[in-house]
Design a protein around this ligand. Structure first.
Ligand code: NAD
Ligand code: MG
Length: 394
């Protein structure tokens, strides 16, 4: 029996993790849950999983949550706001914390969980991208495991089992190509939010679905792979694989290539992050290669999707630059979702913001430096957006 805390339980990652718990009650027990604002679903989860402690970020809705679970006996500890989420992350005897929060908002709770000695099942890639320089030393210091739950990184981690340290030459991250993979580049200028939210293979939260449409998700995953596996950027390749059956590959020194395959279903990487190094039997539909059909591959198109190169450049610059790239992207995606900027403004705003940060880039940033860089980049994007609107481009 493993005890879990789940950050972001009402989201795509959160609900899929709870599905695993529902089907494996003998393996997993939930200690803590947190959510942003969806009180109705959160209250239902509290009833079903009976956590010891919960936190809701939106304190305006805390009274509604308390009313909705007033008859739950015993009552969990109920907290609110960002501080409440940090408390849940570090609470009690949860062995693993699944980070299903979206964005850099996951950074402080993840640090709290690591400092409390908990293993991390990492879905929230933004935390590692922005906070890698402080998160990794803490993982070492506290002797906890940082286990990838992102499907590509789980694939690589699975392929690496049994590979000697010097045996790896490079890795290949597969990318579905996102909502616009078959759209001619000249049509990208006028795509809508609704168009961008139609992912061909995966059902995910809104922010990561937009990241998939810009291919920034793959760029962020390049930086995530750098931090998780200690690879140089020239050892990390991207390949478009529209069917999302091969979740990523590793190439060894002798040219042998190993891949991990499966249906596009996030529950598998989540389960492995929770069961590692064990394998838990499931009743999920086994992969059928005949049914999967043709598996095809293409070169990534860097002219059509500049976000990948922006991410490589920010990763290579290191220091606080990945935090700036990530925050600029979060802010730009939020503005796009609010229909305040156009799709192609996203890479433009990120590039401008990263360019401006070059002179201030901190080589070995502290947590405060990272948080300051994150705030600065959000502000910089907001200001640049006003210039865009004044210039009439949106
Ligand atoms: P989502 O939007 O579906 O869910 C996010 C969860 O976090 C919700 O419970 C929400 O209430 C909560 N939340 C949002 N903002 C918050 C804040 N500021 N403070 C506290 N809680 C907040 O997102 P998702 O698709 O589940 O993605 C979660 C993370 O997992 C992201 O970092 C994403 O990149 C990563 N990820 C997701 C998938 C997927 O299939 N969904 C795959 C790989 C990686
Ligand atoms: Mg992924």
């Amino acid at each position: 029996m493993k005890t879990l805390t789940l950050l972001g339980s009402t989201g795509s990652i959160g609900t899929q993790t709870l599905d695993i718990v529902t089907h494996h009650p003998e393996q997993f027990r939930v200690i803590g849950l947190t959510a942003g604002s969806n009180v109705a679903l959160f209250a239902q989860q509290v009833r079903q999983f009976r956590p010891e402690i919960v936190a809701l970020r939106d304190t305006n809705q805390l009274a509604d949550l308390k009313a909705a679970i007033a008859d739950v006996d015993p009552q969990p500890i109920i907290l609110g706001g960002e501080a409440g989420i940090v408390e849940v992350a570090r609470y009690g005897d949860a062995e693993s914390v699944v980070t299903g929060i979206v964005g850099c908002a996951g950074l402080l709770p993840t640090i709290a969980a690591i400092e409390a000695g908990k293993d991390i099942a990492l879905a929230n890639k933004e935390t590692l991208i922005a906070g890698g320089p402080v998160v990794l030393p803490l993982v070492q210091k506290h002797g906890v495991k940082l286990l990838p739950a992102d499907s590509e990184h789980s694939a690589i981690f699975q392929c690496l089992q049994g590979v000697p340290e010097q045996g790896l030459r490079r890795i290949w991250l597969t990318a579905s190509g996102g909502a616009f993979r078959d759209l001619p580049v000249e049509k990208l200028a006028t795509v809508t939010v609704a168009d961008a939210l139609k992912h061909p293979n995966w059902s995910m939260g809104r922010k990561i679905t937009i990241d998939s449409a810009t291919l920034m998700n793959k760029g962020l995953e390049v930086i995530e792979a750098h931090f998780l596996f200690g690879l140089d950027y020239d050892q990390i390749e991207i390949i478009i694989h529209p069917q999302s059956i091969i979740h990523s590959l590793i190439e060894l020194q002798d040219t042998s290539v190993l891949a991990q395959l499966g249906w596009p279903d996030m529950r598998l990487p989540l389960l492995y992050a929770l069961s590692y190094p064990d394998r838990i039997a499931t009743n999920w539909e086994p992969l059928n290669l005949v049914k999967a059909g043709d598996l095809t591959f293409r070169e990534p198109d860097h002219d059509k999707y500049p976000c990948m190169q922006l991410a490589y450049a920010a990763g290579r610059a290191g220091g606080s630059m990945p935090a700036v790239l990530n925050a600029a992207n979060e802010q730009a995606v939020a503005l796009f979702l609010e229909e305040k900027i156009r799709f192609l403004d996203i890479p433009r705003l990120i590039e401008q913001t990263c360019d401006r940060h070059q002179v201030d880039n901190r080589a070995d940033p502290s947590l405060d430096d990272i948080l300051a860089a994150d705030q600065w980049a959000r502000q910089a994007v907001a200001e640049a957006t006003q210039t865009l609107s004044l210039a009439g481009t949106c």
